[in-house]
Design a protein around this ligand. Structure first.
Ligand SMILES: C[S@@+](CC[C@H](N)C(=O)[O-])C[C@H]1O[C@@H](n2cnc3c(N)ncnc32)[C@H](O)[C@@H]1O
Length: 503
């Protein structure tokens, strides 16, 4: 019997974009399997939601749907409720309870149930409770997202985790900082003592490096949780079958199109295998450490149209598409075809059949055009449109309460400024400069954005450098910022409006 899941230290807020129902629909679209509609009311539940940031953001991005987050740590749940309140989200509820209790709570049936960073972090009893919850609560046709530490890619790390446990280094019950320091110290000595490990077990050496850099709270939840394990895809598949679910696809989209993700010989090998064996072959060939699977509860019905009958829109700017790292694929990137698709997708959402029938696209071989569209989807450049395009407002652009709250809240540094995008039903990450510019244009009165931003930057002690000169006074900053704000208004702000980040 393992110790209970750690609750003494809160998990840092993270955003997991691949939990978004629109993303799960994209997985199904690439794999040609049905998915629930994502442009009309549905119910979504995240199990082990941590501080609930992902569920909150998805609730803000899909205001017509109903969201629930379940976590046993009351501190996590309090953080989720606080942001839901600050973001004025009427369509989300955060529940402080374990998975077993959630079964008895009066929750609705769900179209989407997601668990990220949970399956291989909790003990067998919790996993069984998850399976019962899925069996009971997932509607026919509904989808499950489940991520896990994957074997064989993490075999070496799993061996070391067992060693750490057997050597008594986990020391459950002791102060967290001491436990993390002791385990890190041991792993550093292990790697130093085995120089050949970098060649023989690169995943292990990478993991030790990552664990050393990770915040203490993440290290506790990610590696030192008593139930930590690594599993083969087939084990998760079997557990999902017990809940009445079948494999639908991989939330890492490129993996759904082996031609795009794998070398040609590997892609042909995988294409010749039955479904479960194909997944195991991919895991063996890529040695990937983590998987994000999507399962569905089958419901009799017609096969979906090609690319799922969804409407698609361009997430990036047209200019950025040319620079998108597109997997080569059998047809290779065709620059003119890509450019034609990108500019059509930028104009307005369009379904795949209509897109492929556009004259400027239909002049290319149909198989090549379909492969390029799949590549754009796999790269996350073309995404499902869940809402009609926003009519650009006549007045000044404004942020929703959630996006304003999210901009002013501390989130983990790697996704520090994440805003909800109601046009795509997901999130958009902003770099710091874009965050400041957006804050200024959505906060200032007309014509006052440069002065407002300059005053804020000066008050925060920030400077800008131009031609070797450092400018830090409000008047000087305003002069420098005015053209930058003009460029933003004519460029990236338009993209953010298209994505519904600004309304
Ligand atoms: C590694 S964290 C992942 C958090 C979040 N999903 C994310 O990826 O950011 C695992 C979460 O599962 C929760 N948890 C663990 N066992 C649970 C159980 N039996 N019932 C409900 N929540 C549980 C923990 O409190 C923690 O927030």
């Amino acid at each position: 019997m393992t110790a209970a899941y750690p609750t003494d230290i809160a998990y840092p807020a993270t955003f997991q974009p691949k939990l978004a129902p629109a993303h799960l629909a994209a997985v199904c679209a690439l794999r040609g399997v049905p998915a629930p509609a994502v442009d009309r009311p549905y119910a979504f539940c995240e199990l082990g939601a941590g501080t609930g940031f992902t569920t909150n953001l998805l609730a803000a991005a899909n205001p017509f749907a109903e969201f629930h987050a379940v976590d046993l740590n009351p501190e996590h749940v309090a953080a989720g409720r606080e942001l839901a309140l600050a973001g004025a989200l009427p369509n989300v509820r955060h529940h402080a309870m374990g998975f077993a209790e959630a079964l008895d709570a009066r929750l609705p049936d769900f179209d989407f149930i997601a668990l990220h960073g949970v399956w291989t972090w909790v003990d067998d009893a919790a996993r069984r409770a998850v399976v019962r919850f899925l069996a009971d609560k997932l509607r026919p046709g509904g989808l499950v997202y489940v991520s896990y530490t994957a074997r064989p890619g993490m075999d070496a790390v799993a061996a070391v985790r067992r060693l750490v446990d057997e050597a008594g280094l986990l020391g459950h019950g002791e102060p967290t900082a001491a436990r993390v320091a002791r385990v890190r110290g041991f792993l550093d000595r292990l790697v130093a003592a085995g120089p050949a490990l970098a060649r023989r077990a690169p995943a292990l050496v990478d993991y030790v490096g990552t664990l050393g850099r990770m915040a203490e709270a993440s290290a506790i939840h990610d590696f030192l949780a008593p139930g930590w394990s690594a599993v083969h895809h087939r084990e998760v598949r079997r557990a999902m079958a017990a809940a009445g679910c079948v494999f639908a696809g991989d939330a890492d989209l490129a993996m759904d199109v082996p031609d795009l993700a794998l070398e040609p010989d590997a892609a042909s090998l995988v294409a010749a295998m039955p479904d479960a064996a194909a997944e195991a072959t991919k895991d063996l060939l890529t040695q990937r450490p983590f998987r994000r699977d999507v399962y569905r509860r089958p419901r009799p019905g017609a096969a979906p149209p090609p690319f799922g009958g969804l409407m698609w829109l361009l997430r990036a700017t047209v200019d950025a598409v040319a620079g998108t790292a597109l997997p080569a694929g059998r047809h290779g990137p065709i620059p003119d075809l890509l450019a034609a698709m990108a500019s059509r997708l930028e104009r307005a959402p369009i379904d795949a059949a209509s897109l492929l029938a556009q004259p400027e696209i239909a002049r290319f071989p149909p198989a090549a055009a379909a492969a390029q569209l799949a590549a754009l989807i796999a790269a996350g450049t073309a995404v499902p449109a869940v809402r009609p395009p926003a009519v650009l407002p006549a007045g000044l652009p404004r942020l929703s309460p959630f996006n304003r709250a999210a901009l002013s809240r501390p989130i983990a540094p790697d996704n520090a400024r994440l805003l909800a995008s109601p046009a795509t039903g997901g999130g958009v990450a902003l770099d710091q400069t874009t965050g400041y510019l957006l804050w200024a244009v959505t906060t200032a009165e007309a014509g006052n954005a440069a002065a407002l931003l300059a005053a804020r930057l000066a008050a925060e002690g920030r400077t800008l450098s131009v031609g070797g000169r450092t400018v830090g006074d409000a008047a000087g900053l305003a002069t420098l910022l005015a053209p930058q704000l003009d460029r933003f208004a004519g460029g990236d702000l338009r993209r953010l409006m298209r994505l519904g980040v600004v309304a």
